[in-house]
Design a protein around this ligand. Structure first.
Ligand code: ADP
Ligand code: MG
Length: 366
């Protein structure tokens, strides 16, 4: 009798019971669980795993772990790399990274153990894409805050001596240009460059001194396009616009948003030295948000570099400042919106700027 009670407390029933218990644990795990054999074929997968992989169980069982994804060669390579590590070490943990069908990077934390039961291998996996994305956003916004604080101090300090320098150089123009025309040109163009960097910094320094009002985003975009049309013609670039005329008003700071559009469109022009089309679209999104997309036909950006966009001073241009996108991220951040980038090397890049129609309370009190 005593013996039976102990057995009950330990939940050890007969073998059928215990199999059912293990199956329930297996099925109810929030992590993806996968059993596979030495031929890399899937023996079993739990519900969470099925959902994360995005393919029904019936179509997974019997297939090799990388087979259901054969369309995406890169994904197969990543999985094989992980399998190689398990085979070599007996067990391994690694993050498998690949692009999903929509081109977004997905990150899976995978821990695998070889031979947990005669010839059966076991993998636990978890989709950590959201976590990684949040970490990346935090890193970016932390950098932005630091830069903002620095900018407030430095930009003003530099601006005053700069004004004096510019004034005196202009006074000296006649004398210098007579003897050293080249020097004068270099000095003034470098001074203009410093000026533009200071101006970018000043935007970062006073993100709260802005006036938010309900505005017509299409009108802001039209003004931006008009402003840049001369530059576009010069570079043989045409603007193609697809504007949603029913777009509701957006609570925003028009000059700041104009700055964002100018930065992104200018980059688009600069990335097409032989000319081409820049397609600008505005549309309504679900959840009271609007989307502006700016698409170019330039060289595209590698996924390695996409991560760096918006980092201060990241530039691939000889005369670039690497501040345009950082400022843009900052402004869109202040509007509680987001900027995402899709790019295909050799084909072009699209910037998506998504903005809420209204800001939440926290922002309105600023
Ligand atoms: P800058 O234009 O001064 O280099 P930005 O912050 O505007 O600084 O852009 C940073 C970098 O991002 C650019 O140097 C370029 O490498 C990359 N980039 C931005 N927009 C595009 C684009 N549309 N296509 C390809 N690369 C781009
Ligand atoms: Mg730029």
């Amino acid at each position: 009798m005593e013996k039976k009670e102990l057995k009950d407390t330990l939940h050890l029933g007969n073998s059928e019971d215990s199999e059912q218990k293990y199956r329930r644990i297996f099925e109810c795990s929030m992590d993806g669980l996968l059993l596979w054999d030495n031929d890399h074929r899937i023996i079993d997968v739990n519900r969470a795993g099925e959902k994360m992989i995005g393919i029904p169980k019936e179509r997974l069982i019997g297939h090799r772990v990388y087979e259901p994804h054969t369309i995406l060669e890169k994904r197969k390579q990543e999985i094989l790399k992980h399998i190689d590590q398990v085979l070599e070490k007996g067990q391994t943990c690694s993050t498998v990274i690949f692009k999903d069908e929509e081109g977004n990077s997905r990150y899976f934390d995978c821990s695998s153990q070889l031979d947990i039961l005669g010839g059966i291998n076991f993998t636990i996996f978890k989709d950590i894409s959201e976590k990684i994305e949040i970490e990346e956003q935090l890193r970016k916004s932390a950098t932005l805050n630091v830069i903002g604080e620095l900018a407030a101090g430095i930009a003003h300090e530099i601006r005053n001596p700069m004004t004096a320098l510019k004034g005196f150089i202009q006074l000296l123009e006649e004398i210098i240009t007579k003897e050293h025309p080249m020097y004068y040109q270099v000095i003034t163009s470098e001074l203009t460059r410093i000026d533009s960097i200071i101006n970018e910094f000043l935007i970062l320094a006073k993100p709260h001194a802005t006036r938010f009002q309900e505005n017509d985003l299409n009108k802001i975009m039209k003004e931006t396009v008009d402003l840049l049309s001369a530059q576009a013609v010069l570079h043989n670039v045409q603007f193609v616009t697809d504007i949603d005329s029913k777009l509701p008003l957006v609570f925003c700071e028009p000059n700041q948003l104009k700055k964002v559009f100018i930065n992104i469109i200018k980059n688009a022009i600069e990335v097409m030295p032989l000319g081409g089309n820049i397609t600008i679209t505005t549309k309504m999104l679900e959840g009271k948000r609007v989307q502006v997309s700016i698409q170019d036909e330039g060289a595209g950006i590698s996924s390695e570099k996409i991560k760096k966009l918006g980092d201060p001073f990241f530039t691939t241009k000889a005369g670039g400042t690497g501040l345009g996108l950082m400022v843009s991220y900052r402004i869109v951040n202040d509007h509680q919106g987001s900027i995402t980038i899709e790019s295909e090397e050799g084909r072009g890049t699209t910037f998506f700027i998504r903005l809420p129609l209204d800001l939440n309370e926290k922002k309105e009190t600023l």
